[in-house]
Design a protein. Structure first.
Length: 88
């Protein structure tokens, strides 16, 4: 995985708080702290997107039972996607 550098500016008081967190909560350095924050944010963001999709599905109308044919179509789409990924 390639590593990129990102510079940020913080007010002195916030910088001091970040340094305190790094020193007291087991982070090796400020980069670890910010990577942890970004990972948590991205996880939460993905969870919100998934929740929105689930709610959209729930609100989309009356549900119907899946048939064997439905499962076959899902399987075919999955196999097609896997083949497309391996060809790239």
């Amino acid at each position: 995985m390639a590593i990129a550098t990102l510079n940020i500016s913080l007010p002195d008081t916030m910088k001091a708080e970040v340094e305190n967190v790094v020193a007291t909560e087991g982070y090796g350095n400020t980069s670890e702290f910010f990577r942890d924050l970004v990972r948590d944010y991205l996880k939460e963001r993905q969870a919100r997107k998934l929740e929105a999709l689930i709610l959209e599905g729930i609100g989309s109308g009356e549900s119907t039972a899946l048939t064997k044919g439905d499962f076959e179509k899902i399987k075919e789409r999955g196999i097609k996607r896997l083949r497309q990924r391996t060809q790239k």
